[in-house]
Design a protein around this ligand. Structure first.
Ligand code: GLY
Length: 399
């Protein structure tokens, strides 16, 4: 239906997406491209949450962790379609996503750090992932501005990066050209599920109606203060704070401090094509606090400087803090609620929201049109109800 002819409170959308971070926007774009009428509701401005703080590392191999094989499979699947996702988005909008096939170098400055990275290299070998241990000389051939006292590094040639803020802008433009409405600065005031579908109450307006709803509200997906969603349907997601520092080359595009992503034990540095650098990130259990602390800025700059001393010459642009949506097993919640199938979840992406945006968009859009997702990964591993124990009566779903 043409949006101009839509009668609020009467004409239903096919789907309402709650949350306009990269996940919600990607779901909305993929759903709209399948011909669905979509509305996105955002508590603030699109991308204002974790998306505008994320450094944009697309690092399925470098970020692979022991015991997270299911997440690794999903991450590799999404990384494989990232170039096509970016090209399609650029073709639809004429805008860039900042996608760059950079490769990553994980550098060690003492024996302990080297041992830890070599254990990571062993994990990669066991899982058939591409990485190799390099001598200090070889590291400095790749990245000549690394500090001379490094003892070696783990090279991960396939990891890449995108610019999340460019991505948000491009996704918004793509949604605009698909006729998708984004209702910003709106926290829903209630919702109901009935025979005719979903009703989302919003303050100061007619309720929004849809056949289905997708919860893509990031760290707010499980917020007990978001009483608009019945407690039993809130996602098992908690906020995990991350602070980053942004540095810019002066003049832009002057000789970059690093050509690749450079990671240490307590930091990572992601270069942009204009020579600027994002250094991240703290991992803090501080609830919904987004304050920027001197200690975090000091620590990120100290660790970055230890590896790349020339970053001291860059201009300090600022620091940001955001909230990662974390789940108990660090993997996202994808799919419908078995008790309330009109509610789907696309949330809990923790450290991997930018990386997992393409696969999440494709999977959820397929489910919305009742198609089998084209994915070689078992989606059951990401079931949204996987943390609810049958014996836990407080989590029994009554809607
Ligand atoms: N993906 C890196 C982070 O969350 O800090």
């Amino acid at each position: 239906m043409d949006d101009e002819k839509r009668n609020p409170g009467v004409d239903p959308y096919d789907v309402i997406v709650v949350g306009a971070g990269v996940i919600g926007l990607s779901v909305a774009w993929c759903a709209a491209r399948k011909g669905l009428a979509v509305c996105v509701v955002e508590r603030s401005e699109p991308g204002a949450g974790a998306s505008s703080v994320a450094a944009g590392m697309l690092a399925p191999v470098g970020e692979a962790s022991f015991g997270e094989e299911a997440l690794l499979e999903l991450s590799l699947a999404s990384h494989a379609i990232w170039p096509e996702f970016s090209e399609n988005l650029s073709a639809a909008t004429g805008l860039e996503t900042g996608f760059l096939l950079l490769g990553a170098l994980h550098v060690a400055f003492d024996g302990d750090e080297a041992a830890e990275m070599q254990r990571k290299g062993d994990l990669h070998e066991r899982l058939g992932l591409d990485s190799s241990w390099l001598s200090p000389d070889r590291c400095r051939e790749l990245e000549p501005r690394l500090a001379p006292n490094l003892v070696g590094g783990l090279y991960v040639p396939g990891d890449s990066a995108a610019d999340p803020r460019q991505l948000v802008t491009a996704l918004q433009a793509a949604l605009h050209s698909e006729g998708v409405e984004i209702v910003s600065n709106t926290v829903p005031s209630g919702c109901g599920f009935g025979d005719s579908g979903v009703t989302l109450e919003i303050p100061d307006g007619a309720p929004l109606l849809a056949k289905r709803m997708v919860l893509a509200a990031g760290a707010w997906s499980g917020d007990p203060e978001s009483a608009w969603l019945p407690e039993a349907l809130r996602a098992e997601v908690r906020p995990v704070k991350g602070q980053i520092v942004e540095l810019a080359a002066e003049p832009p595009h002057s000789h970059p401090v690093a050509e690749r992503i450079v990671c240490g034990e307590r930091f990572y540095a992601v270069p942009r094509s204009d020579g600027s650098l994002v250094i991240g990130a703290t991992v803090e259990e501080k609830g919904f606090d987004t304050g920027i602390t001197a200690g975090a800025v000091h620590e990120l700059l100290r660790e970055g400087y230890r590896a790349l001393p020339d970053l001291a010459e860059l201009r300090f642009v600022g620091a940001r803090a955001g909230l990662r949506p974390a789940t108990p097993d660090n993997a996202p919640l994808l799919g419908s609620n078995p008790i309330e199938p009109r509610l789907l979840y696309a949330t809990g992406h923790f450290r991997n929201g930018i990386l997992l945006a393409p696969v999440t968009g494709e999977v959820i859009a397929s489910l919305l049109v009742d198609e089998e997702p084209d994915l070689q990964v078992d989606l059951d591993l990401f079931r949204p109800d996987r943390f609810i124990k049958p014996s836990d009566p407080s989590k029994a779903v009554t809607v």
